[in-house]
Design a protein around this ligand. Sequence first.
Ligand SMILES: NC(=O)c1ccc[n+]([C@@H]2O[C@H](COP(=O)([O-])OP(=O)(O)OC[C@H]3O[C@@H](n4cnc5c(N)ncnc54)[C@H](OP(=O)(O)O)[C@@H]3O)[C@@H](O)[C@H]2O)c1
Length: 334
Amino acid sequence: MIRLGIIGTSWITAMFIDAAMKTNAYDLTTVYSRSQASGEKFLASLDIDTDNVDVVTTLSDLYQSIDVVYIASPNALHFEQAKVAIQSGVHVIVEKPSFSNPTEFEKIESLLAKHPDVRLFEAARHVHQPNFKAIQETVAKMAQLQGATLVYQKYSSRYDAYLAGQEPNVLTREFSAGALYDLGVYPIYAALAVYGTPNAVQYLPRLLRNGADGSGVANLFYDNFNVTVIFGKTSNSYLPSEFYGLKDTISVSNIAELEKVTYYDGEGNSNHLGDVPEENPMIRESQDFANIINDPTTNHAEYSQWFQLAKQVNQTLFDLRQSAGIEFPADIKE
Ligand SMILES: NC(=O)c1ccc[n+]([C@@H]2O[C@H](COP(=O)([O-])OP(=O)(O)OC[C@H]3O[C@@H](n4cnc5c(N)ncnc54)[C@H](OP(=O)(O)O)[C@@H]3O)[C@@H](O)[C@H]2O)c1
């Protein structure tokens, strides 16, 4: 069993723990929280046997007792927490978006080179789903690619707090957040996983009063087509995403959740691709990560592919930000 520790005590961590337990590959051993009380409250909220789980409030206590850490703290904290994990010989599963900028990513890559037994995964859950693989395989068979329109726009419960005058982490540049890094990352990941790295990018954001982006439209330019990406945290969209062939189209109900994927041929006839996803969308990624941790040699090619994709996504998010003049404090710390 892989000894699992977690950082971050919000709902996404509870969902990851549920997924990890369902794979039967992990054993939750340690919860890290900034406060003992909130760590214990989180533990008590879990629907599993937690008799042997410790709550700790320092990273050194966390990293001495686990094989892998799942990091779901605000984005700007990922770098330091992952860095210390790698230095401690602990594998890292870091929530999307992994790091604030390419400088941080490159530092992590150099550190991993010095700790060759340690693996680092970005938890981009949708690209591990069978329905996403169905999209990749179908696009690969399309006669002539004509690009895509990808949409992920969801009203954030934290936007209520912002409208009431507060500064929730996920809508601030201080925490390397905003619409692009929080939600745009899903369609950007999808575009790069399907088409590779674009030649050039451009981002037109709608900024909030604090300079973070609340919504926006990004364009990714490839040799023979463009991908348009629409995302935001200040309203709800029910538009599907689409991948275009010359006459045929793949329509996806939601590019992050992938509940329904439909292929339309040139005559408009449709058929469903893939399957109904599991209720917990993090099971596939946690199983994939466990496979690598348990057998790093056999599965090295797949690991390298995910790592390179994470690196390209990190660079693309940064390039998009640069094109819109959005700076994070983490960029200045470089
Ligand atoms: N894959 C997905 O579907 C998905 C969904 C949601 C979020 N995420 C990702 O998960 C990560 C966390 O997002 P979130 O919305 O849960 O963040 P959040 O609520 O702002 O913070 C998550 C946890 O980090 C700790 N924390 C909060 N503020 C902090 C601060 N100022 N300094 C240090 N620690 C702090 C808290 O744990 P303690 O109080 O216990 O220390 C909190 O429970 C992000 O990277 C996000 O992109 C992924």
